[in-house]
Design a protein around this ligand. Structure first.
Ligand code: GLU
Length: 309
């Protein structure tokens, strides 16, 4: 699960999104990308490797907007590559999304979308189905389309979506993946973690599981699963950006010790289906393939090696 940053304001979304993504770099990632609505169309640029690779292909001043979504990916489904990087668009890029997490039933959804709607997929990711689902349900109301798409999805996700026809808003939703909305004046942010926002805002709403958020430059509206508006207390962040990366702990080691229960939960929740069975859908080997193995190499060092054993 890696980084999400969305911005909606009056100008220069690109700069704010890149700033925010850089603040999340310490979490590790394999590629980065950004989507901006420009002149009635969504433009997506993405690149494998570091954010500086992305920066090389987004330099021109015309590639900017007052709204946008950005992502750093940690691949779970499909190799790290330009095409598998986020954001993903639907067929005509009238919708674009970024996603953290795993969509467990993406194979079923992919088959349904291909068979019933003639969708052609560009990437190997689980995430691309989200853009197509929203696209199919879209009828001028992004919030409604996101809610309908979410009803079809199983898994763990934080998703941000934009629509070319509603270039003044971002709709975001979360289930078992973190999401926080940053409250500005004349602009608002959405991100997967607080450090991404701290250069610009100190007041945030912590979004809870199964909530949907609509952000415009002047408003942040949170809805619960039943579609009812939720009133959320403002959380004032008192840490500086460096301390926020450590979530208030004095050292990274302390933070890491204390986040073990959360870390284990977030890792396993994506791999355990609702019926208790284990989900390893990223592994495409059959039982016969596995039975044919005569040797297993564990390539890792330190704790990762011991865990591998
Ligand atoms: N499952 C998605 C992918 O492989 C999202 C990974 C992430 O959380 O960065 O593209």
């Amino acid at each position: 699960m890696c980084g999400i940053v969305g911005f909606v304001g009056q100008d220069h979304a690109k700069e704010k999104i890149i700033d925010g993504l850089k603040r999340l770099e310490y979490r590790g990632y394999d590629s980065a990308g950004i989507a901006l609505p420009i002149d009635g169309k969504i433009q997506i640029r993405k690149h494998v490797g570091e954010i500086k690779n992305l920066e090389k292909i987004i330099g021109e001043p015309e590639f900017d907007s007052s709204v946008g979504i950005g992502h750093t990916r940690w691949a779970t489904h499909g190799a790290p590559s330009d095409v598998n990087s986020h954001p993903h668009g639907n067929g005509d890029n009238s919708i674009a999304i970024v996603h953290n997490g795993i969509i467990e039933n993406y194979q079923e959804l992919k088959e349904m979308l291909a068979k019933e709607h003639g969708v052609e997929f560009k990437s190997e990711t689980d995430s691309e189905v989200i853009a197509h689902l929203i696209g199919i349900f879209y009828d001028g109301d992004l919030l409604e389309a996101v809610n309908k798409a979410v009803a079809e999805m199983r898994g763990a996700y934080a998703v941000c979506a934009i629509a070319a026809a509603e270039p003044d808003k971002i709709v975001a939703v979360r289930k078992d993946a973190p999401l926080v909305a940053g409250i500005g004046k004349g602009f608002n942010f959405i991100a997967s973690d607080i450090p991404a926002l701290l250069k610009y805002v100190r007041e945030v709403y912590l979004i809870e599981n199964n909530e949907t958020v609509v952000l415009t430059k002047d408003d942040i509206t949170i809805y619960d699963e039943a579609g009812k508006k939720v009133k959320r207390e403002v959380f004032h962040v008192t840490w500086d950006a460096d301390a926020a990366e450590k979530e208030g702990y004095e050292h990274f080691m302390l933070k890491e010790i204390h986040e073990q229960p959360k870390g284990i939960y977030e890792t396993l929740v994506r791999r355990i289906n609702d019926d208790g069975s284990i989900n390893l859908d990223g592994i495409t080997m059959t039982k016969d393939d596995i039975e044919g193995f005569n040797k297993v190499y564990i390539v890792a060092c330190g704790t990762a090696y011991h865990a591998g054993l």
